[in-house]
Unconditional design. Structure first.
Length: 702
């Protein structure tokens, strides 16, 4: 509880419960799935991390901790779908705890009490906390709410104190992870030779004529691939067919689409409600009671977009008017009432690059100032701002090009805010700006806006009625009861005219069946209860019922020859077709003759500005091998046929302009380094998980 004591000393304020979801930052994005329950079994081991066994009890304790944070953050219990997200957060938190903490300790990384105080109540309050404490009238961050929360702890119970202690640790962990990611991201470097190659690839341009002949120009029957050839290819390329545990399913879906009667009923209802909304003086109360939207009363701040459906259907909105109903992209009917439209606190948008000076003396600060001015000069000369921010920025905005989003003047320290709000147009400020944190290169991206809207949103979902749902279930239930095995499943599909769908290569933790989301229960059935050829019971997904057939299930290792035979057959068949096409092209000396030979299928293209850095050819698709070969051809001469993944390419370079040497490749080096640094955080996580040899058996339980 060190932070509680420190804040009391600094502010004389007590600590209250402040709900912030920084676990989302630590462990990644939201992953949704239906609720799960523990299946039977004798082992309580849910996985291994860095050689340590993780027991079911330990994992459940981590889940309860994450659930506690969620409840304090939202003021409610998680839904079935949100519980899967919480379980995933808990698992990732265990990985972070065991893997990253060792890295922090080895590097001597820490977060000081003073830094934590600044994050909670100083000038750099973390964004998640700002979003949680907004004034509902203005939509702006309300420091008075923060003070009120902080003053409430003396009378708070132990549960609230425990929650804050947990938040304290979450803040520290999040900041440590950010420091660690930035440390490695900013260590990305490209040398001058790499910069030179990037310059050559980006600036070497050719004018090219080409003919493309797809493999399907020849019938499959024109080539023969033997079982022995398939077996030789499999044996020689076995690593290509390494697989994790996977399952192949076939399934039939029985959709619960709203009928015409269902749609008419919803439209009649929202028309009636829209008329009531027009006449009511209690807009927010009305939409809270009648809208299917979670947050039906919106405050749209200056710079933020109005709801998409409103923007697409109304050119000029007026206060007091009601618009709609409209059919939205989410298949809902929606109406809007503009409760108020007024000039609020002006907001601008800018991006910056911070060169930190905290802890430096005056002479050292001058060195940093000159360095910042040097980078500013390079940006004025053409260096891309986002690349410079990623390379030199020393705060959390560096990895998003320095973008600060929309902000009010009081959101930032005076020196920074005054400089930005004094700008008369967008673009770079002429000189660096000094604040207590360091020197900033600033680019104004949007001028001040003050127009603020309060909008009541009445939305009703266009869904199936109970009668429509019952009819779909009866059909699915009859199908599941009649189909007993693979043979009867396929026969019934054909007899009833259903569409048989495939979902191949499903992993144990998959949660979707193709485009069907929240299908976790189906996947769990496939890996726990099912055997090959078994037909499932009826599963209810969001808007459909599903009956599945387990076609096959493989363990971790190599896919069997039988499972990959068709893939190999297609590969070898195309290779032989390619050779046959090359034989038929032999002796033909013009593109016209080549195209005529395969006239029905061949295409002819001219690419006037093909660059060496490209990997796609118009009319062909992905063709990096062909592009590389083209830039090695002599001008004016038709080259040899090139076999790509989907056909044969014959090209002629009409003219080529090779990139010349330049004195300095620094900009290209920076672009390469910036591009690499953007992938760093994800790659770090993947690499450390691999090194920790994480083994995940949770699919047996959830």
């Amino acid at each position: 509880m060190a932070l509680i004591k420190k804040i009391r000393q600094k502010t004389g304020l007590a600590i209250g419960v402040i709900a912030v979801g920084l676990i989302f930052f630590l462990v990644g994005g939201d992953i949704l799935s239906p609720n799960s329950t523990l299946l039977g079994g004798t082992s309580n081991k849910v996985g291994e991390i860095a050689g340590e066994s993780i027991t079911y009890e330990e994992y459940m304790a981590a889940i309860e901790e994450a659930k506690f944070v969620f409840q304090n953050n939202t003021g409610r219990s998680p839904s079935d779908a949100e519980m899967f997200s919480i379980r995933e957060q808990a698992w990732q938190a265990l990985i972070v705890e065991r893997v990253f903490q060792k890295q922090y300790d080895a590097l001597g990384m820490m977060v000081s009490d003073a830094e934590l105080v600044d994050m909670v109540q100083g000038r750099n309050i973390i964004p998640e906390l700002r979003q949680s404490l907004t004034n509902p009238e203005t939509g702006e961050f309300d420091r008075s709410q923060l003070i009120a929360f902080l003053q409430s702890l003396d009378g708070a119970g132990p549960e609230q104190r425990a929650f804050w202690a947990q938040q304290e640790q979450t803040f520290a962990n999040a900041r440590l992870r950010l420091k660690y990611d930035n440390l490695l991201a900013t260590s990305e470097f490209a040398n001058s030779k790499e910069g030179r190659m990037e310059h050559i690839a980006s600036n070497s341009v050719a004018d090219v004529d080409l003919v493309f002949i797809p493999f399907y120009a020849l019938e499959d029957a024109t080539v023969e691939v033997t079982d022995a050839e398939i077996k030789r290819y499999y044996d020689a390329n076995k690593e290509k067919f390494r697989v994790d545990k996977a399952a192949d399913l076939e399934y039939v879906r029985f959709d619960m689409r709203p009928s015409a009667e269902d749609s008419a009923a919803v439209r009649d209802e929202i028309l009636r409600l829209t008329e009531e909304l027009k006449g009511t003086t209690q807009d927010s109360v009305f939409v809270l009671r009648n809208s299917d939207m979670r947050r039906p009363f919106l405050t749209v701040l200056p710079g933020d977009n109005l709801p998409e459906t409103l923007r697409l259907n109304v050119d000029e909105i007026e206060a007091g008017e009601t618009y709609g109903p409209f059919l939205s992209s989410r298949s809902t009917f929606v109406s809007y009432k503009i409760t108020d439209k007024f000039d609020g606190t002006p907001r601008m948008r800018a991006r910056h690059i911070l060169f930190g000076t905290q802890g430096l003396d005056d002479s050292e600060k001058e060195v940093v100032r000159e360095r910042a001015r040097g980078i500013l000069a390079e940006i004025k000369d053409g260096l891309e701002f986002a690349a410079a921010a990623a390379q030199y920025g020393e705060d959390g905005t560096s990895q998003r090009g320095g973008d600060l989003g929309w902000f009010a003047k009081e959101d930032f320290v005076d020196e920074f805010a005054n400089a930005v709000f004094a700008a008369r147009n967008t673009g770079l400020l002429n000189d660096v700006v000094e604040t207590e944190y360091g020197f900033h290169i600033i680019s104004v991206t949007e001028m001040p806006k003050s127009e603020t809207h309060k909008i009541a949103v009445l939305e009703r979902e266009l869904g199936p009625s109970d009668a429509t749902r019952n009819e779909a279930f009866r059909n699915a239930d009859l199908f599941a009861a009649t189909a007993n095995d693979k043979k009867s499943f396929e026969a019934l599909v054909e007899q009833e005219g259903y569409r048989r769908l495939q979902a191949n290569g499903l992993a144990p933790f998959s949660r979707n069946l193709n485009n069907l989301q929240n299908a976790r229960e189906v996947i769990r059935w496939a890996f726990n209860d099912a055997s090959e050829g078994k037909v499932s019971p009826v599963f209810e997904l969001d808007d459909t019922y599903v009956v599945a057939l387990l076609v096959s299930r493989t363990d971790e290792g190599y896919a069997s020859l039988a499972n990959v035979r068709n893939e190999i057959l297609a590969q070898l068949r195309n290779e032989k077709k390619g050779e046959k096409i090359k034989e038929q092209l032999a002796g033909l000396e013009s593109f016209d003759a080549m195209k005529e030979k395969f006239d029905e299928f061949a295409s002819r293209e001219n690419v006037a500005d093909l660059r060496l850095s490209s990997n796609v050819l118009p009319g062909v698709g992905f063709a990096p091998k062909a592009i590389g070969a083209i830039f090695g051809m002599a001008e004016g001469k038709i080259g040899a046929p090139i076999l790509e993944e989907n056909g044969v390419i014959i090209a002629r370079v009409n003219s080529r302009v090779d990139a010349g040497e330049i004195a300095d490749y620094t900009n290209y080096q920076r672009q390469l380094a910036a591009s690499s640094s953007q992938r760093t955080a994800y790659m770090i996580m993947m690499a450390l998980e691999e090194l920790a040899d994480v083994k995940d058996f949770r699919y047996k339980f959830f």
